[in-house]
Design a protein around this ligand. Structure first.
Ligand code: NVA
Length: 303
């Protein structure tokens, strides 16, 4: 069976910590040639800065060759059927990294691929981001076990993957969203089940103040994700009161750290300059995409 990483729960809870440990080892100087002589096809249907750069550089760090396709270049499912693209890529590369809209697109791709397929963001999940996030929390707090994490805003792809990652390591995620923008109920349940053996949990509330109470980490993401641009005006109204700013961080733990997966819309989900607040670890978090994904690719290619 080919190993894919299409959603966070495709790795078992006990596999998360070894990936983080390996990511930290690679970050602190371990050398790997896991991708020597191998190519990684990186196919994106949405814009990207961090994901493209981190997969490209991460592939090179493991001795491999990245091949990148820009949005619209391949025409996945339009110019060419998804299955055909998956078969061709499987003949010429050893890993496929896909960013697309519907989760069903990447699932269909993976069904037809004979190489590991990695979800580099869909509308449903952003599991690579969550791996980097739990690496960052581990670096900041020493462990995710028992950590109180608050996610303020849209119950979106980033919140869903984060829920599985935090819960799977025995941490506690509270998501505060306005009515109608909650994390899908099956994912709240799924994350609780995923973390049940290690007492991890995920909970949905509406009040940002309630969510940040005792939080060690306060996390947010854009109110309008890629593909939802037509809803921007409506979302600006509906998310009023959900901005993360210094005053909200002041209500969390005295040692709270602030996280954001980026890109950030300054003046919307965060106050201007919050990325540069002394409590922000956002750029460590961005860098960790590189190391977490390198550790992931190493694992998928070797297993
Ligand atoms: N929720 C955002 C994450 C961007 C990295 C989006 O899907 O656009």
């Amino acid at each position: 069976m080919v190993n894919h990483f299409l959603k966070f729960s495709h790795i078992a809870p006990e596999e998360i910590q070894p990936i983080i440990d390996r990511a930290i080892a690679l970050k602190t100087g371990a050398i790997s040639n896991a991708l020597a002589g191998k190519s990684v096809a990186i196919l994106f249907e949405k814009p990207s800065l961090r994901t493209k750069l981190s997969f490209w550089v991460g592939t090179e760090k493991l001795g491999g060759n990245p091949v990148h396709f820009a949005p619209e270049e391949v025409g996945l499912g339009k110019r060419e059927p998804i299955a055909d693209v998956a078969h061709v890529m499987s003949r010429m590369s050893e890993v496929a990294v896909i960013r697309t809209f519907a989760q069903t697109t990447i699932e269909e791709f993976a069904k037809n691929a004979s190489i590991p397929v990695i979800n580099a963001l869909t509308d449903a999940e952003h599991p690579c981001q969550a791996l980097a996030d739990v690496q960052t929390i581990t670096e900041q707090l020493g462990t995710v076990k028992g950590a109180n994490v608050a996610f303020i805003g849209d119950g979106n792809n980033v919140a869903v993957s984060l829920g599985y990652a935090v819960s799977g390591l025995g941490g506690h995620l509270v998501v505060a969203s306005p009515n109608g923008y909650e994390v899908p109920f099956e994912d709240v349940e799924g994350a609780n089940t995923f973390g049940s053996a290690v007492d991890g949990s995920m909970k949905q509330v509406t009040s940002p103040q309630e969510a940040v109470m005792n939080a060690d980490i306060v996390y947010t993401d854009v109110w309008t994700s890629m593909g939802q641009e037509a809803e921007t005006a409506k979302r600006l109204i509906n998310f009023d009161g959900y901005q993360v700013n210094p005053a909200l961080l002041d209500q969390a733990s005295a040692t709270v750290k602030f996280m954001h997966d980026l890109p950030a819309h300054h003046g919307e989900e965060i106050s201007h300059d919050l990325l540069y607040d002394s409590r922000s670890v956002v750029f460590d978090q961005a860098e960790n995409r590189l190391w977490a994904q390198a550790a992931l690719m190493e694992k998928l290619i070797q297993s």
